[in-house]
Design a protein around this ligand. Structure first.
Ligand SMILES: Nc1nc2c(ncn2[C@@H]2O[C@H](COP(=O)(O)OP(=O)(O)OP(=O)(O)O)[C@@H](O)[C@H]2O)c(=O)[nH]1
Length: 893
């Protein structure tokens, strides 16, 4: 260090120790002041004064250090050049430059720290330049120059001292090295500035003066910055003093001072208790506890209820971190929370976190807590040393949140669609969809944009269902009701059609109306309901069917009984038409009877069965062709009979055709026409019923035929179809008596074919039979309904004519005789010769049948004897006359 500082080891050590002591003092002063200010406590005037003095001393020393670096030995105002004290002061001042400024570096703000350092540098440089000017202008002597060995030695000295000092204060070697490096940099910069300034200084007084003007503002800036820092501290203190209660005036009397001090102390204790009580009450009701965490000591300090639901303790609780974690933290939370906290503590920078944890309230009772933390103290390297925070019990909030989440999930994911739309009061048409819950997309497949387009709703909700809702709204508005419910179908986006139900409230205001409510899917319920309704309907139908079947059975049984008693087909048809009308009450119908040549003719009609032709052949009806009931529903699925007609371009109503056969022979048919259109399913049970009717008719008609056949056989002659002799013998006395009772005559004609033996011999017995059949047919056709034509035996016939006298009987028989004589019969394709008949005619009124028969027979005999082919009404003796020229007559002649 040249001639300025002796390169003496003792001196260096002394300088180091002194600088160390001074730096520690300065640091302690300012740290104490700073911490008090941070806690909002009042800093005493003594501390402030001490800090100011130490800082001022440091600043002045810094200036001296700069001067020393400039080798300005001749500083007359301060100390003799080269003295030990001066040297020590120079080293101490340089060291103080860094540590004097350090307390003004708030740990939380790097920016403010940088500003403080900058200000210190500026002020130091300014002061040095300004001093250089002052001294230079006085002595005009070139300053000495500190060589590089001196500079390096000084730098090593400062680095060592600084590092030791910082280690002492901040307990960190790294911090010491950083601060020492900074210190050395400042020193080197000052020395370099001196070297640069020297040539300028030698130019002359005027230029030096120019530089001094530059130096003066720099020095002033340094002083102002220091004053500002000090002033702000003082102002803060003043502000805190003004806001606090004025301190009692201290009187010179010692006793009074003591009493006052005691009273003040008591008052302060009471005040502290009140504050604690208030603080505890607030804590108790706020479910908040405060805590502090000593990072280095790994201890928690709690202020408030440890378990969050037990009475608060006024005293603070200090507990080891691990113990607290074990005792109060949920096992699932401990590990992740520890990791999280340690990671945040290890990280540089701010520490402000919030997390949720489960803390033990009682044994097996856990409560959710939100923990918030912030760093309030850091070491010189900015690492957190003390963290404060709060624990807020959010269990209820958590439960509420969970409930809200559940509600929200129900709202957004649930099966209920919330909806609100506005509508026009007059038309009840929807005008605006105000709201629809977002779960609509999940439930119906349509997104919210699609739902907000009301025109799309026609595709989504059936028009009739929408009208139904509109009608409900209208009814509610007119009746003053405010609530509606309606079931309707929704077509989902995937095409499914599902039943939904709307439950809504109607509000009307000046702008129109609004409907708010919810829609739920009731499709499964609806389907079950529909199924049960369908089953109930089917059951009802079954019961109805059974009832109908029962009634039908009664009708059929009664009809069968009547049919069994019927003697003729006419009677049977009458019974059948009544039965059909009873079984098919709403149907119209027609009854057809078989005629000759496979033709059928309607013999009865009821209702409006105009579509059935009055005459048709059996081939026109599918039922007659197939021998079983036939039904027609419509042209697409059924075959229509030719005997059923309809207007051009139209098709007939559904109808049924039921054949009526007896012993394999069609005797007629029953035709029924529905009053309305039916489908196939509706028609099938009716067709079955018609089949049952057909089968019953078939049976009854067969019985009728059987009975008729037996009766015919018993009373009729098989060859001629005339009544037989037994019938005649039975009926003749009855008819004679009936006529006698009515006062009428009865005529009896005995008719015999002339020369029939010869005819048989000539043309064969079959030809003779044909003659007899033709005679029987002729008699049936020519006599009145109440006349009885009988075959008396062989070729002899008889005709009983009740209520008929001889005169009319003769006329009648004469006509028959003439017709027989003129009749030409064909047999085997060949004409047969004509035959004649002879007739014996007699009459009676109440006489005996035998006598009448005898008389008639005698007169027949007489006719034979008197020439045949004639009618004899009385016995008279006259010669026989030749008959007409017939083969029989010729033979007879
Ligand atoms: N083909 C046919 N012939 C019958 C039937 N019944 C009776 N005859 C015949 O009729 C004939 C009756 O003959 P007669 O009684 O001798 O009398 P006739 O030949 O008609 O002579 P007159 O009665 O005197 O004119 C007999 O030859 C019988 O066989 C019948 O049912 N069919």
């Amino acid at each position: 260090m040249g001639g300025l500082i002796p390169m003496d080891v003792g001196l260096l050590l002394a300088a180091g120790v002194l600088s160390l002591l001074w730096g520690v003092t300065l640091r302690a002063c300012w740290q104490h002041t700073y911490q008090r200010l941070q806690r909002g406590e009042v800093v005493s005037w003594g501390w402030l004064l001490a800090c100011a003095l130490v800082l001022g001393f440091g600043l002045w020393s810094a200036m001296l250090a700069c001067l020393g670096a400039l080798q300005l030995d001749n500083i007359p105002l301060v100390l003799p050049p080269g003295s030990l004290i001066k040297s020590l002061l120079i080293v101490a001042g340089l060291h103080a430059l860094v540590f004097g400024v350090a307390p003004f570096m708030p740990p939380e703000s790097k920016r403010r720290s940088a500003i403080a350092v900058l200000l210190a540098m500026v002020s130091t440089i300014g002061a040095a330049l300004s001093m250089q000017y002052m001294i230079g202008s006085l002595h005009l002597a070139p300053p000495g120059h500190l060589g590089w060995p001196g500079r390096i030695g000084l730098l090593i000295l400062c680095l060592s001292a600084s590092a030791l000092n910082y280690r002492q204060i901040g307990n960190r070697w790294r911090g010491g090295l950083v601060s020492g490096a900074f210190y050395g940099l400042v020193l080197v910069l000052c020395l370099q500035l001196t070297s640069w300034a020297r040539p300028i200084y030698y130019i002359g007084g005027r230029d030096a003066l120019t530089i001094s003007w530059l130096a003066i503002p720099l020095a002033m800036a340094g002083l102002i910055s220091m004053s500002t820092l000090l002033g702000s501290t003082w102002l803060q203190r003043l502000k805190m003093r003004l806001s606090s209660r004025p301190l009692p005036v201290v009187t010179p009397d010692t006793g009074e001072v003591e009493a006052l001090a005691e009273a003040t102390a008591r008052e302060m204790v009471e005040d502290r208790k009140r504050r604690d009580a208030l603080y505890d009450r607030v804590l108790r009701h706020s479910a908040v506890r405060f805590w502090g965490f000593d990072v280095l000591g790994r201890q928690f300090q709690f202020r408030g209820d440890l378990s969050l639901n037990e009475p608060l303790s006024a005293t603070d609780v200090v507990i080891n971190t691990e113990e607290w974690f074990e005792a109060h933290l949920h096992p699932e939370e401990a590990e992740p929370l520890q990791k999280q906290v340690l990671a945040q503590l290890a990280a540089k920078g701010s520490f402000d976190c919030m997390h949720r944890l489960r803390a033990r309230a009682q044994e097996d009772v856990w409560r959710w807590v939100i923990a918030r933390a912030t760093v309030v103290r850091r070491d010189a390297m900015g690492q957190p040393t003390y963290v404060v925070g709060t624990h807020i019990d959010v269990t209820e909030h958590g439960e509420l949140q969970a409930a809200l989440d559940r509600d929200s999930r129900l709202f957004s994911d649930g099966p209920i669609v919330m909806i609100r739309w506005r509508f026009d009061i007059e038309t009840v048409r929807a005008t605006d969809l105000g709201f629809i819950s977002p779960n609509i997309e999940k439930l119906w497949g349509y997104n919210l944009d699609e739902m907000h387009q009301f025109s799309n709703w026609e595709n989504i909700i059936d028009a009739s269902d929408m009208q139904g809702i509109g009608k409900k709204v209208q009814d509610a508005l007119s009746s003053g009701l405010s609530e509606i419910s309606h079931e309707f179908r929704v077509r989902l986006k995937d095409g499914r059609l599902l039943w939904h139900s709307l439950f809504a409230r109607i509000e009307a205001d000046d702008d129109g109306g609004a409907i708010s409510g919810f829609i739920v899917d009731i499709d499964s319920f609806k389907r079950v309901e529909q199924r049960s309704q369908e089953q109930a309907r089917q059951l009802e139908e079954l019961i109805e069917e059974l009832q109908r079947a029962k009634e039908e059975t009664v009708i059929l049984r009664e009809s069968s009984e009547f049919l069994n008693s019927a003697e003729t087909l006419d009677e049977a048809f009458n019974i059948i038409s009544r039965a059909a009308y009873a079984i098919f009450p709403s149907w119209s119908g027609a009854l057809a009877s078989s005629q000759d040549n496979d033709r059928l003719k309607l013999v009865g009609r009821w209702g409006e069965a105009q579509e059935f032709n009055t005459e048709f052949s059996s081939g026109d009806c599918w039922a007659l062709r197939r021998g079983r009931a036939h039904h027609f529903v419509d042209e697409r699925i059924s075959l229509r009979c030719r005997h059923v007609h309809a207007a051009t371009g139209e098709q007939p109503r559904p109808y049924l055709c039921i054949p009526m056969s007896a012993n394999g022979e069609n005797v007629g048919s029953l035709h029924l026409m529905a009053s309305r259109s039916l489908n196939k399913d509706q028609m099938l049970p009716l067709a079955q019923r018609a089949n049952r009717l057909g089968e019953t008719l078939k049976l009854a008609l067969s019985n009728l035929r059987l009975r008729a056949g037996l009766r015919e056989q018993a009373t009729h002659d098989a060859l001629t179809g005339l009544y037989n002799r037994r019938f005649m013998n039975d009926r003749l006395p009855v008819e004679i008596k009936r006529c006698a009772r009515d006062g009428e005559q009865l005529a009896l004609a005995m008719i015999d074919v002339d020369n029939f033996k010869h005819f048989n011999d000539q043309h064969g017995h079959d030809a003779g039979d044909a003659v007899l059949r033709a005679l029987g047919e002729l008699l049936r056709q020519r006599v009145r309904v109440y006349d009885l034509a009988c075959r008396y035996g062989g070729e002899e016939l008889a005709l009983i004519m009740p209520g008929c006298g001889m005169e009319h009987a003769e006329i009648k028989l004469e006509a028959i005789r003439s017709e027989v004589a003129a009749m030409t019969l064909m047999f085997n394709g060949m004409p047969l010769p004509p035959v004649t008949i002879s007739v014996g005619l007699a009459e009676t009124q109440g006489g005996e049948a035998e006598a009448l028969l005898k008389t008639a027979d005698e007169r027949l005999y007489h006719a034979k004897r008197t020439g045949r082919n004639r009618i004899v009404t009385r016995l008279e003796h006259r010669p026989p006359e030749p008959g007409p020229s017939t083969e029989a007559g010729a033979l007879n002649a």
